[in-house]
Design a protein around this ligand. Structure first.
Ligand SMILES: O=P(O)(O)OC[C@H]1O[C@H](OP(=O)(O)OP(=O)(O)O)[C@H](O)[C@@H]1O
Ligand SMILES: O=c1cc[nH]c(=O)[nH]1
Length: 184
């Protein structure tokens, strides 16, 4: 569409390489990924968690259980997010007590989703630790939250949007940056 500025910052090959690197970093930083569990944030954070877990299995032979959290922003009008992300559903097939948890999401922006995710996890027990893995950190944090494993740091303007696409949901693999000011 005319006027939309859309730039691809990762293609399928780069995404694969990036997720493999994160898998290696997680293995290095967690004593061979022993006794780890992943919690993915729906929807694409879960796909990313599954991919990283697949690479950990391939590289280290370790099976990682994956729990899921469904978090959406409560939108009080059509143009603006309210301040409060809402946890809709969680599926952990494990007790989080004493667990080493890697929280996984596609994009880190204000940090509010990560905060809501950590609150939801801590409400159910006392993990040994929570670390955070994201495919893209686009900056603009509103809370003192950072990721331990970052695929790519992408400096953005607030009027830009990072869009992560995965074959499972989008029939393509890409990360793009779109400029909302120019119509998208
Ligand atoms: O750090 P934050 O400001 O909380 O933003 C990050 C969250 O925003 C995105 O979800 P979004 O609500 O855009 O929905 P989507 O997953 O359907 O794109 C993304 O998947 C993260 O979960
Ligand atoms: O640009 C953004 C901001 C939050 N979540 C996204 O998926 N993209």
């Amino acid at each position: 569409m005319e006027g939309i500025k859309k730039t691809t910052i990762m293609d399928a090959e780069t995404m694969q390489r990036t997720l493999k690197r994160i898998a290696h970093q997680i293995i290095e930083n967690t004593d061979g990924a022993k006794e780890l569990v992943f919690i993915g944030i729906e929807r694409r954070g879960v796909t990313i968690a599954q991919r990283i877990a697949g690479y950990v299995k391939e590289f280290e032979g370790v099976d990682i259980e994956i729990g899921t959290l469904d978090i959406t922003f409560y939108r009080d009008d059509l143009s603006k997010n309210s301040d409060q992300p809402v946890v809709n559903e969680s599926h952990f097939g494990f007790n989080v007590d004493g667990k080493k948890i890697i929280l996984v999401d596609d994009v880190l922006y204000t940090g509010r989703t990560a905060r809501a995710a950590m609150d939801a996890i801590m409400d159910t027990g006392r993990p040994q630790f929570i670390k955070f893995a994201v495919l893209v950190d686009r900056g603009h944090r509103e809370l003192p939250i950072r990721a331990d494993f970052v695929g790519k740091n992408v400096p953005t303007a607030t009027h830009e949007v990072i869009s992560v696409k995965v074959t499972e949901f989008d029939n393509e693999e890409s990360v793009t940056i779109c400029d909302r000011k120019n119509g998208d």
